[in-house]
Design a protein around this ligand. Structure first.
Ligand code: NAD
Ligand code: GLY
Length: 351
């Protein structure tokens, strides 16, 4: 198990990563007034684990899935926190995937203006990305993550133990964020390329999770609230991914991120941000996880939702974080017309 420190101006956060991390929950939560948030799938699988490891704490079980990442679920959590008479020194444990983590983190940041938060991510995507760095959110009126806060959890406990029950499709979603990190960090990219046949091997996933967490911690330490522009790099593939996710709603967040990265790799080439050979290298990795690109009806309309992306600064402008060279990224701002036209053309060519 590795201990990774994430020191931001707001609050220090400690990430425990690797086999045995969950055993530390005993110590982390010792003497604390705990409240657990989870979803129905995770609860079904880990009811005994919850009872044994969270000291009989009250548990708020939410319906699972992105479509429940909304104000209704947020207020369910807050109501139950109030019923449980949580105080300022209580600790909310978000035990689940990124949806539970984002909403649990938001509730912890809002209740009494902020109580302690611990993230125990149970999906690969949440372990390599969403549980770390303190972004919390719900979706609202068709806009993704539009209501949220930056709120660092005191601890993040990433144990590969939980990945054993994860369907392969969800592992692929986590691999999407791992490949994204590879496109930002040359050493991680080298490791991914050397181990491309081991993507579903748990010992490899344990090792690469710690690498991704360390990379993300470094970025968040430098730009916690996405002010300097550095943290934006973590959104590679997400502008297009989020737009398609909101429009089609059929697949998981991670799958749309993979599709977004694929489409944006062609945009990077088209606008001379990235050389063909390097774009092909990234596409080869994406292809190890995403075997087939789905056919999208009305893709121009879907791509239009990118206008709501939080990175955009001007009206009718879409901001994209694109791969440039190994370990380097660049931001490209396109008019909505150029962006939508490019997505339409590229997706049409892939279908
Ligand atoms: P998710 O939370 O919906 O989990 C995916 C599915 O796996 C759900 O059905 C869940 O019930 C199930 N599940 C969870 N753990 C399991 C386990 N151990 N075994 C079996 N099933 C399990 O989705 P996700 O992919 O974990 O997270 C996606 C969310 O994360 C999106 O809402 C996205 O916006 C958010 N996100 C946030 C950040 C951030 O920085 N805060 C970063 C990336 C993504
Ligand atoms: N996943 C994007 C971020 O944490 O900033």
């Amino acid at each position: 198990m590795q201990t990774i420190a994430l020191n931001t101006k707001s609050r220090p956060s400690t990430v425990l990563c690797g086999a045995g991390a969950a055993k530390q929950l005993d110590t982390i939560l010792d003497g604390k007034d705990v409240f657990v948030v989870t979803d129905e799938n995770v609860y079904g699988l880990y009811k005994d684990f919850i009872a044994e490891n969270f000291g009989g704490a009250p548990v708020c079980v939410l319906p699972a899935g992105e479509r429940h990442k909304n104000r209704r679920s947020l207020f369910t959590i807050l109501d139950k926190m109030l019923q449980a008479r949580l105080r300022r020194n209580s600790t909310l444990v978000a035990f689940g995937g990124g949806v539970v983590g984002d909403m649990g983190g938001l509730a912890a940041s809002l209740y009494m203006r902020g109580i302690h938060a611990v993230q125990v991510p149970t999906t690969l995507l949440a372990q390599v990305d969403s549980s770390v760095g303190g972004k919390t959110a719900i979706d609202h009126r068709g806009v993704k993550n539009v209501i949220g806060t930056f709120y660092q959890p005191e601890y993040v406990v990433c144990d590969p133990l939980f990945l054993r029950t994860l369907p392969q499709r969800e592992l692929k979603c986590g691999l999407g964020e791992i490949i994204k990190t590879g496109a930002l960090d040359a050493k991680i990219l080298d490791k991914l390329e050397r181990n491309a046949e081991r993507f579903f091997d748990f010992s490899f996933l344990e090792e690469i999770t710690a690498d991704c967490v360390r990379f993300k911690a470094g970025v968040v330490e430098k730009d916690e609230c996405e002010r300097s522009g550095l943290r934006k790099c973590l959104n590679m593939g997400h502008t297009t991914g989020h737009a398609l996710e909101l429009f089609y709603k059929r697949r998981s967040h991670g799958e749309y991120v993979l599709i977004g990265m694929l489409l944006e790799s062609y945009i990077a080439e088209k606008f001379d941000i990235c050389a063909h050979d390097y774009a092909e290298e990234l596409r080869a990795l994406i292809g190890k996880v995403l075997k087939r690109v789905p056919r999208f009806e009305n893709i121009a309309e879907a791509a239009g939702l990118a206008l709501y992306d939080k990175k955009n600064q001007g009206e009718n402008e879409v901001s994209l974080i694109l791969p440039a060279k190994r370990g380097e990224f660049a931001e490209l701002r396109l008019t909505d017309e150029d962006y939508i036209g490019s997505v339409e053309e590229i997706a049409g060519g892939l279908a």
